[in-house]
Design a protein around this ligand. Structure first.
Ligand code: SF4
Length: 280
């Protein structure tokens, strides 16, 4: 019933200025991913998100890992920038970042200047294949004025979930660009209030997470196969490696001092109830 994300590599063909990828950690081996999936299943995880870097850029075939996860009965999600061919066969959810509908803003943020138009095509393809589509949006100082336009667009699409994050200066490139991108919790929540008004008649799930909510609430796995958490320490966000996934059982994970058990369980429950008709 729990949800995890595995960040397979540190490579990407975009240069997003808010990027959280684990530069310097390379790429996880395919056999290790399979072992981790077996282990997570034993820990009662039932949803797995494959992320990166750009996960389709691993040197092996990421879709084989997605197929393996599906055979283990995971709900499968791919978080991609949409620049490579997608095999939708064993995928339940396709997730793409849309931070602006304006291609000049996408370019400014480090994406391609065809990002939005390309993403729309992939979204339509996914929907045709009955794969659910999720949109992630990172709100920073640069694109905060573009978020309302995304809200109007979301209403025109059959998107199942829109997840909006406050930019988090936790690691790597994201941390380096703190001065350029940081917004306050107050600014973030004022924007969320406006978005809620726009999408009040929309049927999809709207989820938003400020920096405090994000910290410690995820089961995130880095390209070394280690769980890690982003926590606020001495006013700064830090990414802490809490050890090899294979050394954990679920009790040990839930009792780790850096894990926000309440938020982790709440998030897992929302996912589980959506993808499984039974109550938990
Ligand atoms: S945020 Fe995602 S798409 Fe952008 S550079 Fe980082 S890994 Fe690539």
């Amino acid at each position: 019933m729990y949800s995890a994300s595995i960040f397979l590599n540190d490579l990407c063909n975009y240069k997003c200025i808010y990027c959280y990828r684990h530069i310097g950690k390379g790429e996880i081996e395919k056999s290790k991913v399979f072992n981790i999936l077996d282990h997570l299943r034993k820990m009662n995880f039932s949803k797995i998100s494959f992320a990166g870097g750009e996960p389709t850029l691993v040197s092996w075939n990421v879709f084989e890992a997605i197929e393996y996860a599906k055979k283990l009965d995971f709900t499968t999600e791919l978080i991609t920038n949409g620049t490579n061919k997608i095999n939708f066969d064993y995928l339940d959810i396709l997730t793409i970042d849309i931070d602006s509908l304006k291609e000049n803003m996408n370019e400014k943020l480090g994406k391609s200047k065809k990002h939005f138009i390309r993403s729309e095509k992939i979204i339509d393809e996914a929907l045709e294949k009955e794969v659910k589509v999720k949109i992630n949006t990172v709100v920073s100082k640069i694109n905060i004025e573009d978020i309302e336009e995304i809200a109007y667009w979301i209403k025109t699409k059959n998107i199942y979930r829109w997840k909006v994050f406050q930019y988090l200066p936790s690691i790597g490139i994201a941390k380096m660009n703190k001065n350029k991108l940081e917004i306050s919790k107050k600014e973030f929540h004022e924007k969320i209030k406006r978005i809620k008004e726009i999408i009040k008649d929309w049927n999809g799930q709207f989820i938003y997470e400020d920096n405090d909510y994000m910290s410690g609430g995820y089961a995130s796995i880095d390209p070394k196969g280690h769980f890690y958490v982003s926590v606020k320490k001495d006013g700064e966000y830090k990414t802490i490696d809490i050890g090899d996934v294979l050394d954990y059982d679920i009790e040990k994970f839930l009792s780790n001092k850096y894990i926000n058990k309440e938020v982790f369980l709440k998030r897992s429950k929302i996912n589980y109830m959506y993808f499984n008709s039974e109550e938990i």
